[in-house]
Design a protein around this ligand. Structure first.
Ligand code: GLP
Length: 246
């Protein structure tokens, strides 16, 4: 794992955008793996700036997102589809036909999981996967206890995850209890992985990741099994790990 330490959230976002832009300039038909949450928002702002000011085109790029809430359709204000359209896709030249997320409403859910994994293999796997990390080490929505060999599946969200994500909803109760997520094995199929971590809130998780103990209890630790992972971490998130390394 390559570790890039930066001063703050803005620097993290810029460094990540540089990697994305390099990738796209090298291959206009890049497949990007994208994530939701607060962490990649600065990256997305920089990607939009790159398109508007530096002419980085996403016309031939395809995107595959990690996850979607169960029960929320494309038009729901809190679906990850809506989030991605608002924060990124609507401000780039990417055709909506090129953007892919699991559908939270398809029945039965197992069929949707199979469809999305097959699509992921057909269009992807991503040349470059962007990842954030939950405070409990989840990647995508792979909560602690998820097996290394897991493919796209439906998960019951941890109470801690629902509480952390409640800020996007009207109330804590409105946060869905389940989600569809790419599995650990799906994520590890990506060519390159860029993991972003920022702020004191993530310091404990970053410390645990850098302990290098691979375990289902801390899903992000499986990233040690991938040969091309770059962690971009800011000072606050790196603080505890750094103390230990001294
Ligand atoms: C969410 C998403 C993850 C994300 C994580 C961290 O639940 N499913 O993909 O990485 O939690 O969120 P944040 O970036 O807001 O801290």
């Amino acid at each position: 794992m390559k570790i890039i330490t930066v001063d703050n959230y803005n620097e993290m976002s810029k460094a990540a955008a540089q990697l994305v832009e390099q990738q796209i300039l090298g291959n206009r038909e890049t497949v990007l793996g994208l994530a939701t949450g607060s962490t990649p928002l600065g990256l997305y702002e920089n990607m939009i700036e790159g398109y508007q000011k530096r002419g980085i085109s996403y016309r031939n790029v395809q995107t595959l997102n990690l996850d979607e809430y169960r029960g929320l359709g494309k038009t729901h204000p809190n679906s990850y589809y809506t989030f991605m359209c608002d924060k990124l896709f609507s401000q780039l030249d990417i055709p909506l036909a090129n953007v892919h997320l699991p559908d939270g409403t398809t029945q039965p859910v197992e069929a949707e999981c199979r469809r999305y994994e097959a699509l992921f293999d057909r269009i992807g796997p991503p040349h470059l996967q962007i990842l954030g990390m939950g405070t409990n080490g989840h990647i995508g929505f792979n909560e602690p206890g998820t097996a290394e060999h897991s493919l796209t599946h439906c998960v019951e969200l941890d109470e801690s995850t629902r509480a952390n994500n409640a800020r996007f909803f009207e109330s804590a109760d409105a946060v869905p209890t389940h989600a569809i997520t790419l599995g650990i094995a799906s994520i590890l199929k990506s060519g390159k992985i860029v993991l972003l971590a920022s702020g004191k809130k993530k310091a404990e998780a970053v410390k645990r990741l850098l302990d290098q103990e691979i375990s289902e209890d801390f899903p992000a630790s499986f990233l040690w099994k991938h040969e091309d992972v770059t962690l971009i971490v800011d000072r606050d998130a790196y603080q505890l790990a750094q103390q230990e390394r001294r």
